[in-house]
Design a protein. Structure first.
Length: 114
């Protein structure tokens, strides 16, 4: 039954390896399978490695997504703040600021010599 290419379980030489470890792709028999949350593995070491890898990949995915969202929100907030400040300045300048600001600007101009 077992010929050249057919893989035998490394732990059970007479038994055909019907399952592949998801981490190291080693062939194993059903008796040797270590089931994990992310698949089947040849050993607990492989299971833990894969779980860690999977967890990190998901964390990175989540992080990059939330960062993009955060940046978009920051950008929007900045735009709103700038618009608000410009509006307030424009409004206030027509009422109060110009009479106060003009002499200051003229003084500064006089100092600089423009
Ligand atoms: Zn493995
Ligand atoms: Zn086995």
């Amino acid at each position: 039954m077992l010929k050249g290419t057919a893989t035998a379980c490394p732990n059970h030489p007479g038994v055909e390896a019907t399952v592949r470890c998801k981490q190291c792709s080693k062939g194993i028999c059903k008796a040797c399978v270590v089931p994990g949350a992310t698949g089947v593995f040849c050993s607990e070491v492989c299971r833990d490695k894969h779980a860690l890898f999977y967890q990190r990949a998901q964390e990175m995915d989540g992080k990059s997504r939330s960062t993009a969202l955060l940046q978009a929100r920051k950008f929007l907030t900045t735009l709103i703040v700038i618009a608000g400040v410009l509006f307030a300045l424009g409004f206030v300048a027509t009422m109060v600021f110009i009479p106060v600001l003009t002499p200051i600007v003229e003084t500064v101009r006089g100092i600089i010599g423009i």
